[in-house]
Design a protein around this ligand. Sequence first.
Ligand code: GLA
Ligand code: ZN
Length: 675
Amino acid sequence: MTLPATDRIPYGGDYNPEQWDEAVWDEDYRAFDLAHIDMLTVGVFTWSLTQPDEDTYDFTVLDGILDRAEREGRKVCLATGTAAVPPWLAHRHPDVCRTDFEGRRHLFGVRHNACASSPAYRRLATEMARRIAERYGDHPSVIAWHINNEYGGVCYCDLCAEEFRAWLQERYGSLDRLNEAWNTTFWSHRFTDWAQIVPPNMLSEHWRGPNHTAFQGITLDYSRFNTDNILRTFREEKDAIRESSDLPVTTNMMAIYRHLDYHRWAEHLDFASWDNYPTDGSPVSRMALSHALMRGLKGGQPFWLMEQTPTMTATRDYNPVKRPGIMRLWSWQAIAHGSDSVLFFQMRHSKGASEKYHGAILNHAGRTDTRAFAEIAELGAELERVGAVLLGARTPARVAVLFDWDSWWALEITDGHSRAVGYEKQVVAYHEALWQAGAVLDVVPVTADLTDYDVVVAPFLHMLKGDIATRLEDVARRGGTVVTTVMSGRVDEDDNAFLMDVPGPLGALTGVRVDETDSLPPETVNTVVLTRDGSDEVRSAARHVFDVVQPQGAEAVGVYTEDFYAGTPAVTRHGFGEGSAWYVATCLDQDGVDWVIRQALAEHGLVGPFAGVRDLEHTTRAIDGRRYEFLLNHAAETVTVAAPWEGTDILSGRDVSEGEQVEIAPAGVLVIATR
Ligand code: GLA
Ligand code: ZN
């Protein structure tokens, strides 16, 4: 089962006409016509309408919305609507409300609020999914199922404690094995009865917040359990849908979202989808990383961009509007990285409550003569013209970045070495370097098949699971390059340290041994001098953590300049088999990371043709022997580059010959179908 069947890149998004009366719907559809909108996501928050009390189901409103969509020739991604519980449900079954990290049982309020262990929630959400699918599974407009909405958060209630114990029994089989995994002899924690185990929160193992735990193993397992427990509700809804419909199922995810290990979800999704709301100040490349992470869930199959704001958000302290051209640029960026849709939240501004100022296709006045609407309509027309050619196209990547939620969790809940080292920030830095260098890349789990990659970048791979160390060795052995870093190869799957030299099972591959890791306050810099084969020196400000490295066959390509380890290796390269492995023993600044990454890519001729042009993004999709080269200018200035390919820009229709100088304005996009 794969993506929904469409004959163009679906364009549209969340549509909540249940919030206003039907006279307004005419205006909505006139605007959809103008904007070439063909796809509506419906029913995401309709539970209190479709089930006004436990014994009454009422689909009148949804019937009306869907029938109208059909008459208007629109396709629908239909939600099960289970992401916000109705008041009667919380009132009648208080156990649907979550208990938070401080141990407080919540009352009814907000959304994304259900305890995934609550029998009432599970029964009623599943029943809702069953009824929706039964009623609309054959509806001519419906082409996909959208279960729930942005799953997330954590619950620590007594029901979750029960479920956690059951999950642990399943995982470990015996208390002996659990005691070993959690190293419970430390601080007198040996459990002799499953009933003694309680969720790790501020009332139990934690001493300063979610990242400060006395027993990493317990907290780590609670994160894994929470992922699986919430996933179970998704699977229950999906099974209920399957009783009457074979249409593809997804849920809209949040990409680099810490609470849920989406890799554990991947096999249960028919296709991946996600909501792109970049935080202000994050690099543009972070969106590219997110897209690639989402594409990586289904082995490189295209995903859907389920939501983005057409203009502005409403949840931040400041909510800038997207500057002219940016909405189009970021939409094309999503497509460039494997999205087969461009969808928004939402079609019309709500009248009241927390999202009344959140961006929408139509403002409160319903105007279609605004700047924002004009851009939306132009993009709609453009996507319609492009048609189906890009649908299903894959990304021919030779570079992989490993992304691992277990490493993320384990690194950040660890006491020592440095609390200042965040997993996300470090992965973003390595990815940013690859992005600026124009590497066409995949972001994959540690279980992925690595045989097709020439360069594998594994930043802060704190935990080594399964045979990943061996498979990284295989990459280098057959001639590939592996890049890994400080804080990698530290713990096994149970979060227990390897009883060997650091970096544990990565020692042979990296050719280094680390006897000490120094960590210093963020303002303390140790400059690292990077140079190789007589090339110009690059000086990089290193911070946070500093491995003192004893080379075991590796050559130093970067050295510290300060402290008692001045002159010793800070970055090394080790020939291994036909290939090599790089070990970056500290947190280099971006210039340093860029240098290392370009060296690694250069070993395979994988530095992209526009690596010298800052913020000019290049990536590729390919289908049926045809390559589409995407060029997106995120810089504030026009750039002029020599086209390395001959082809036609499918957006402007203009032919491009090899070597021709091509001008790309700020926010400009080219999609060159090569010949
Ligand atoms: C999320 C949700 C939507 C909406 C938008 C607004 O992505 O899924 O329901 O709240 O945010 O930013
Ligand atoms: Zn709970």
